[in-house]
Design a protein around this ligand. Structure first.
Ligand code: BGC
Length: 378
């Protein structure tokens, strides 16, 4: 679609175009249109994309349908897609909730997938599908849309999906699962717990008759008892003296586990800066990362920049934004990560052999780009 607006920079316009062009009619976004393994729609990627569009539609509305700009129209279709994905799996989700209540083990076939084909079937089986952060982040993202676009009362299908998702997360939050990097499926990840906390908060806000205070309390206590490093930072996972840039999930705006300026969050960020901030501003995921050599993620650099805007450090955010812009290709496509600095360079080629070049454009990176630009502009 043609995206032109007098106030926008070419990269801002291109980011919108990449996102809007890679959403199908049903509402799902491709994570990346060129990498075969990423030609699916994820709750997590899409939730951040829809959030970024919701904000962008307020500040830079691109004319579209009557009463609705292109950004809000797209976010709306994504939220409908999520609600459909979830509601159409209600029977399986209810079985999972019932099993958890009876103390029975989890059956993976009855859990939500991480990635779906655009018409709604799950992606191929050879993927670490069990990830609890994605649906939780969707709940958080939906609050922004509902507030900004004044969607009250919630459409019935949304209310059903919100309640179902929240009950599902509340029932199995303690289960080990893959983290948002789709790794280490036998561990309990603090970032995932933080996302679930935010998701339950969001669900209560969206459907006020819901009350998850006992579970939220339990999650908080669990994190403080088992998810803190000896140096008093949030830990990557239970029992690890290590951080992960995904701990930025702990400070999701409005509904997050910690306020951005909470001392524990600030200590966690300080360690992320020490251990993971690459020279030149990209951010590595974690010190044991070997995916495409464990490069510097543009997505994460921008996420850190977004965090800096929330704690009143726009200059640092601006520097990272400039670095990210310098990594757009000639067409303006932003990648997932870059290989200027790698933790494990020997692993770069094997991943290229397996999956092809690093994903570019990655829609989620473009979404983070929009978030930072808009945060700096307001
Ligand atoms: C990342 C996920 C992401 C997916 C699609 C994976 O490599 O680890 O966080 O959802 O790519 O972008």
């Amino acid at each position: 679609m043609a995206v032109k607006s007098p106030g926008l920079t070419p990269l801002h316009e291109h980011s919108l175009k990449v996102i809007l062009d890679n959403q199908n009619e049903g509402g799902g976004y491709l994570a990346c249109p060129v990498m075969p393994d990423y030609q699916f729609s994820w709750f997590r990627d899409g939730a951040f994309i829809a959030y970024a569009l919701t904000v962008d539609g307020t500040l830079n509305p691109i004319p579209h349908a009557v009463g609705r700009n292109a950004q809000w129209d797209s976010a709306d279709r994504f939220h409908r897609w999520c609600a459909r994905m979830i509601n159409s799996r209600a029977a399986a989700i209810e079985r999972t909730i019932a099993r958890a209540a009876n103390g029975e083990p989890l059956v993976l076939a009855d859990t939500l997938n991480a990635r779906y084909q655009l018409h709604g079937d799950p992606g191929p089986d050879d993927w670490p599908e069990f990830q609890l952060d994605g649906p939780a982040i969707w709940l958080w993202s939906l609050t922004k849309y509902v507030d900004v676009c004044r969607v009250r009362p919630l459409p019935l299908e949304w209310e059903q999906a919100v309640e179902l998702t929240a009950r599902y997360l509340a029932a199995i939050w303690q289960s080990p699962c893959n983290d948002c990097w789709e790794e280490r499926g036998t561990e309990v990840h603090v970032s995932t717990l933080a996302a679930i906390f935010a998701g339950l908060n969001a669900a209560e806000y969206l459907v006020p008759r819901l009350n998850f205070s006992a579970v939220k309390d339990a999650i908080q206590k669990f994190i403080f008892a088992q998810g803190i490093t000896p140096g008093y930072e949030l830990a990557k996972a239970v029992g690890l003296d290590m951080v992960d840039a995904n701990l930025l999930l702990a400070a999701l705006p409005d509904f997050g586990l910690l306020k951005p300026d909470d001392p524990l969050m600030q200590r966690t960020i300080a360690r992320i800066e020490r251990d993971l901030l690459a020279q030149g501003h990209g951010v590595h995921r974690h010190r044991a990362d070997t995916y495409y050599g464990g490069g510097a993620w543009v997505l994460l650099g921008l996420w850190l920049a977004w965090y800096y805007t929330q704690i009143g450090q726009p200059e640092r955010a601006q520097e990272i934004l400039g670095w990210a812009e310098a990594h757009a290709d000639a067409d303006g496509n932003l990648p997932e990560q870059v290989k200027d600095v790698m933790f494990a360079p020997d692993f770069y080629e094997p991943w290229v052999q397996k999956r092809g070049e690093i994903a570019q454009p990655l829609l989620w990176t473009h979404a983070k780009y929009l978030l930072v630009r808009n945060a700096l502009a307001t």
